[in-house]
Design a protein around this ligand. Sequence first.
Ligand SMILES: [Zn+2]
Ligand SMILES: [Zn+2]
Ligand SMILES: [Zn+2]
Ligand SMILES: [Zn+2]
Ligand SMILES: [Zn+2]
Ligand SMILES: [Zn+2]
Ligand SMILES: [Zn+2]
Ligand SMILES: [Zn+2]
Length: 309
Amino acid sequence: MQMVCSESSLFSCGRLCGNILACGNHRCQKTCHDVAIPRNAGYEAKLPGNMDKIDSCEKCTLTCQKIRTPPCPHPCMQQCHVGTCSPCSAPLKRSCHCGTLSHSFPCSSFNNFIQEERDKRLSCGGPCHRKLPNCSHLCSEICHPGPCKMATNCQKKVSVWCKCERLKKEWFCSDVQVAFSSLKLQNLRGPKGVGLLSCDKECLKLIEEQRIKEDTERIRQRASIVSEEPPKKVGRRKRHYGSHAMTEKSRFKEITQSIMKWCMVVLLVLLALSILYYGVQGLYSLSDWMNERESKRPRKKPSANFIMH
Ligand SMILES: [Zn+2]
Ligand SMILES: [Zn+2]
Ligand SMILES: [Zn+2]
Ligand SMILES: [Zn+2]
Ligand SMILES: [Zn+2]
Ligand SMILES: [Zn+2]
Ligand SMILES: [Zn+2]
Ligand SMILES: [Zn+2]
């Protein structure tokens, strides 16, 4: 069909429109149509306002598919839009450096902090209190990022002893750690710090005395074992005899005591009887004597009467 130029008007070519949509991110998928607002690839989208009323192209119905700057795992929940996404307000939970407290930050602000600011904000402000790797103490620094500096500089006081545990001193824990590692003393009673001080003359004297005492004791024990025959069951037999002898001895003592007691009783009874006997005898002889005197008296009486006359 031939068409003269004066009669020509707009017509559809049947292909896709492809005009940039108001969102600035997608292209129109309609079949070639009359485009009210043409937008090119470098289209700097402004906020649409009521432009969509006269816009003959599609209206984008997708949700935002942009990647945030700085990136975060939370998707933008807005409708597909022009320009950058609004700052992410999803709450971010982060525990402090020492793990005591949990902080909550808006995602975007946390991600925008520089490292220094982030470390400062994450500190709970309390003592770190993490167990130090080289000793049993807790870090006393204020909640801090990274490993504890006190690990090699623990200022806690620790007791240290000489080998015989007579001498005692207080050292900084860090000094004890250094001493242990340099002297390779781990095999000694480690964390207690025994053996870190050297024994003095007095210690050596006491150790020597103790050694001599133990030696003599050992020799004495050996001698007593040799004298016991047979060597087996020594303890039991010895104890058995011992206990038997003990009971014999105590029984003998008991019998002697009871005999003594009875002897005393008999003696007392005899004494009482003899007192009674001689008392009665005495009384009789006294009355005899009295009677005798009485019988002599009448011979004197007349003379007395004579005197009275
Ligand atoms: Zn879009
Ligand atoms: Zn077309
Ligand atoms: Zn279109
Ligand atoms: Zn986010
Ligand atoms: Zn967005
Ligand atoms: Zn903390
Ligand atoms: Zn320590
Ligand atoms: Zn610490």
